[in-house]
Design a protein around this ligand. Structure first.
Ligand code: C2O
Length: 536
């Protein structure tokens, strides 16, 4: 297979947004960082050079990393971080994947500004399963804080309280003409009347699910998380942190400038944040200075809009792209996800907000879990992660009042045997408040076979599962106060992180990892670590 060789340098760069300038951590001095373009089945070699004062690691979000967990990137999960002045070569093959994915720093809150797109083109000569768009554009959604992002989370972890929300959302790095900083225009998407375009939308925001809307235009969703979907039309796209969505856009309106709006969706916000980022869809030949056709983004709590979008997603499930949903299940798990409160003598209220899965607040190890697994080092993790929630904890609004807010802490993993099939119900809790949780699983795609509100009912709900064409993806937004059921096959040996992709929830402990044992066959074991693997 051809190989792509890329060198990226992590450097600090003074960057101005919202009328002020601050140093930010970037890749190659860019925010967002460069797009990595490769082709299905390519081998990709990416040399990462660390020129900043922080430890760094980069995750290739959504890339399966079959047997190459060493290249996955989450710090202390699959590798020790790349220390200042050091270099690490990520080496992996894009097996059976094509579409839009993305890369981001996977340590501290560096991914706020260290992220970019990955475009995997189909194999040469293989068309998209929809008419070829005239042009394609990458649309990266993110957030901007006026203050230093590491200081924001450090302050929050010290106080035990929630971190400050961002000061703006951004589209390809710019808030658009929403602030009083007139000098800062936003992204312009140039189009010609009658032509169709494909937008590769990525939500790289730290803490917010986002609505994406273009005034007066319908969008046709054709792919999510690098898996083709049954095309469907919508005027609003909902996209959670970690997710990617490809849409087709036909420029079939009168020539004008149309507003593109990006705004947060929060069902039960801890902090209110209504800031809309904007960009401009610009029909060629239009002279108007500013967008003439505006749009109102959905309100922050537009749950029906969000639910309608989530319920419309289906795998394409065609002959060429079949949905291989596991029908026979070896392991049936139920994980509660939510927030809790633990004592903290140094914190503002004598307690801190924590988060957990099945009531376990994950504690990051100080060496990499994958190394500990591969070299059989004891004392780094235990494999007793509970497959079901402890019964003394109530998990939704429908149940009795909560009597115990405390979580247990530990570095617990759940062990899966090679090629076993897993059904995992992710159940939101309301221990503090119901919230959306975009849960991301490394190393796998999974199928979302069902979702609903309230408590999952193990007797009734499975009868309604979609086992034919459920959406296949790597990050699922579990509805606030509800549940989502996913299925996957554990065909990738290694240690695989699973966490909420709201960075604040990850910091509070909403994370765990699966350890998948080697199989017995010749190509069923984790490859040995590369020789330049960073040391802790
Ligand atoms: Cu996109 Cu573990 O992350």
């Amino acid at each position: 297979a051809p190989s792509n060789h890329v060198v990226i340098v992590v450097v600090t760069k003074n960057t101005s947004r919202l009328c002020s300038t601050k140093p930010i951590v970037t890749v190659n001095g860019k925010f967002p960082g460069p797009t990595i373009v490769a082709r299905e089945d390519d081998t990709v070699l990416i040399k990462v050079v660390n020129h900043v004062k922080y430890n760094v690691s980069i995750h290739w979000h959504g890339i399966r990393q079959l047997r190459t967990g060493w290249a996955d990137g989450p710090a202390y999960i699959t590798q020790c971080p790349i220390q200042p002045g050091q270099i690490y070569m990520y080496n992996f093959t894009l097996t059976g994947q094509r579409g839009t994915l993305w890369w981001h720093a996977h340590i501290l809150w560096l991914r706020a500004t260290v992220h970019g797109a990955i475009v995997i083109l189909p194999k040469r000569g293989v068309p998209y399963p929809f008419p070829k768009p005239h042009k394609e554009a990458i649309v990266v959604l993110s957030e901007w804080w006026k203050s230093d992002v590491e200081a924001v989370i450090n302050e929050a972890l010290k106080s035990g309280l929630a971190p400050n929300v961002s000061d703006a959302h951004t589209i390809n790095g710019y808030p658009g003409p929403v602030s009083s900083c007139l000098s800062q225009g936003g992204l312009t998407l140039p189009v010609e009347t009658g032509k169709t375009y494909m937008l590769r939308i990525i939500n790289a925001a730290l803490n917010e699910e986002l609505f994406f809307k273009i005034a007066d235009h319908q969008l046709t969703v054709v792919e999510v998380d690098a898996v083709y979907t049954k095309p469907f039309k919508t005027d609003t796209v909902l996209i959670a942190p970690g997710q990617t969505t490809n849409v087709l856009l036909t420029a079939n309106r009168g020539p004008a400038k149309y507003l593109v709006a990006v705004s947060p969706f929060m069902d039960a916000p801890i902090a209110v944040d209504n800031v809309t980022a904007t960009a401009t869809l610009h029909y060629s030949g239009t002279l108007a200075h500013a967008p003439t056709t505006l749009t109102n983004p959905p309100p922050q709590n537009a749950t029906p809009v969000a639910a309608n979008f989530a319920n419309s997603l289906r795998s394409l499930n065609s002959k060429l792209y079949p949905a291989k949903v596991p029908l026979k299940i070896d392991q049936s798990l139920l994980f509660t996800i939510g927030l809790g409160v633990n004592p903290c003598s140094t914190c503002v209220n004598g307690s801190r907000v924590v988060a957990g899965i099945n009531n376990v607040t994950f504690v990051m190890p100080t060496v990499s879990l994958l190394q500990a697994h591969f070299f059989n080092t004891s004392g780094v993790f235990t494999d007793d992660f509970p497959g079901n929630p402890p019964t003394q904890y109530n998990y939704t609004a429908a149940s009795q009042p909560v009597t115990n807010f405390l979580t247990e802490t530990g570095t617990k993993l759940y062990r899966l045997s090679y090629n076993s099939t897993v059904q995992l119900v992710l159940q939101d809790t309301t221990v503090i408040t119901a919230e959306n949780h975009p849960v991301h699983l490394h190393g796998f795609n999974f199928f979302e076979v069902g979702r609903g509100l309230g408590n999952f009912n193990p007797k009734k709900d499975p009868k309604k599962f979609n086992l034919v064409d459920p959406v296949e993806r790597n990050t699922i937004s579990v509805p606030s106060g509800g549940w989502s059921a996913i299925r996957f096959r554990a065909d990738n040996p290694g240690v695989w992180f699973m966490h909420c992709h709201l960075e604040v929830h990850t910091s509070w402990g909403l994370k765990m990892a699966f350890v998948v044992d080697n199989g017995k066959g010749p190509n069923e074991s984790l490859l040995p670590p590369p020789t330049d693997l960073p040391k802790c």
